[in-house]
Design a protein around this ligand. Structure first.
Ligand SMILES: Cc1ncc(COP(=O)(O)O)c(C=O)c1O
Length: 445
């Protein structure tokens, strides 16, 4: 599954004890396993090899440029949604043809940047609305360049692990419904500077069954057949991401299970020369990362035990935002407490229930409530598992905590891929603006 396992009571990443990283780099720190990232990508590539699916990693899930470079080197492209992610893709070494650009609110500046990358326009824009198409086509025309566009279709299918990450239903801001999609594809299919010849879907995230994909693919296959019969060109189908990860052991179907349901449906399309893209994020990186945090205090109050950690919702917001489960365990345990699976509560002697919380001034600042753990003392390190996706990429400086460090384990060697922020980093943009000797802002009298 991944390359994090206990050896003689010590949690190791590719054989390297994580307590060593916590000692040398400090906490909170995200630690990623390069081998896990590569294995997960390879499994998806091989599961969908019969239709030659191209994998464009969703940068929003984990956007460190060293992780992006790892994925590019392993044969992935990148799916970006902002100027910042485009910048990261360039820094990681992506060629324009290795980038697709999605997102409901692309600004004129972002469109221009993606059209004028060194080496030409990016591979494809995933367009979400008619006004956005118009803005893109205008920009392509005025720059006298030619780009490729997919229309994001909203097939009105419920999918995804939480309402906030369910995007394929009508009533959400994403894509256009099927009848409107046909109208737009007919209207812009032959446009000179921005032919609209591709279809994009993204149903949501943490989708734990192939079924919603099957439904969506069937709906668009009918549409593609109808449009092709009218003489339109449809050259690409991008199925988006959303494939689940194992937060609990056994949560997620394997890439092979998704592929077994989808490849037979997509094969005729592939045989007709259609390019097929996937945009996984979570499935590749979620289990490739853990967040290391130290217990600052063990507090007993209100008949409960709280483990107060040095990371909070500032570092990993998923439990607070999505009510998400993360398996949590100390990095050093006695051999009898080595976990044999990742689950809510393990059945072992000597565990005690506790709330695992952060230091922030919010009751919602917790990682787990009433969770049974081995007894830990102040100063011990906990690992929050499956933190590689939507962890660091969603981290904030709330309560003025500097952003955590990131480490990538390659072979058995750790490489610092992001320094821990300093207090200077926290305030540098405010310091650029001179602070006058006396306050100029007066409130009231
Ligand atoms: C358009 C698009 N593609 C791909 C993804 C990646 O999703 P996941 O990380 O669930 O695979 C997202 C995530 O929200 C997305 O919005």
């Amino acid at each position: 599954m991944d390359h994090f396992s206990y050896i003689d009571g010590e949690l190791c990443c590719q054989g390297l004890p994580l307590s060593e990283i916590a000692s040398s780099v400090g906490t909170p720190t995200f630690v990623y396993s390069r081998s896990t990232i590569e294995d997960h990508l390879r499994k998806i590539q091989s599961a969908f090899s019969d239709i030659n699916a191209e994998i464009f990693f969703s940068v929003k899930s984990c956007s460190n440029i060293h992780i992006l470079r790892t994925l590019l080197e392993a044969g992935a492209g990148l799916d970006v949604v902002s100027m910042g992610e485009l910048h990261r893709a360039h820094l990681a070494g992506a060629r324009p043809d290795q980038i697709v650009f999605a997102g409901v609110g692309k600004t004129d500046a972002e469109i221009r940047a993606a059209l004028t990358s060194d080496g030409g326009p990016i591979s494809m824009f995933n367009v979400e609305s008619e006004p956005e198409y118009e803005a893109l086509a205008l920009a392509a025309r005025s720059l006298n360049t030619r780009a490729h566009a997919a229309l994001r279709v909203n097939p009105d299918i419920k999918a995804g692990g939480h309402s906030y990450i369910s995007t394929g239903q009508s009533g959400t801001k994403f894509g256009v419904d099927l009848p409107h999609a046909k109208t737009l594809l007919r209207k812009f299919n032959k446009e000179k500077h921005l032919p609209l010849t591709a279809i994009h879907l993204h149903l949501g995230s943490s989708i734990t069954s192939p079924e919603p994909y099957v439904q969506a693919v069937k709906a668009v296959l009918d549409m593609i057949a109808e449009l092709r019969a009218e003489g339109l060109t449809i050259d690409t189908l991008d199925l988006g991401g959303g494939f689940a990860a194992d937060y609990h052991t056994g949560d997620a179907p394997s890439p092979d299970e998704y592929a077994r349901a989808l490849v037979p449906l997509l094969k005729p399309l592939h045989q007709s020369g259609t390019r097929i893209l996937l945009e996984p994020g979570r499935m590749i990186v979620a289990n490739a990362g853990v967040l290391l945090t130290r217990v600052t205090y063990v507090k007993h109050a209100a008949n409960k035990k709280f483990l107060i950690c040095d990371a909070g919702m500032n570092a990993l917001i998923r439990p607070a935002l999505y009510d998400a489960f993360h398996f949590i365990w100390p990095t050093s345990v006695s051999p009898q407490h080595e976990p044999n699976r990742r689950a809510d509560n393990l059945d072992m002697p000597g565990l005690e229930p506790c709330d695992i919380v952060g230091p922030l001034c919010e009751t919602g600042d917790f990682f787990a409530l009433n969770r049974k753990l081995p007894v830990v003392a102040r100063g011990e390190t906990l690992a929050i598992f499956t933190a590689g996706a939507y962890g660091m990429s969603m981290a904030s400086r709330y309560n003025s905590h500097p952003l955590p460090a990131e480490v990538l384990v390659e072979g058995s060697a750790p490489r610092l891929i992001r320094k821990r922020e300093s207090l200077h980093d926290l305030t540098q943009h405010e310091l650029e603006i001179p602070v006058p000797g006396t306050p100029t802002l007066r409130v009231g009298k």
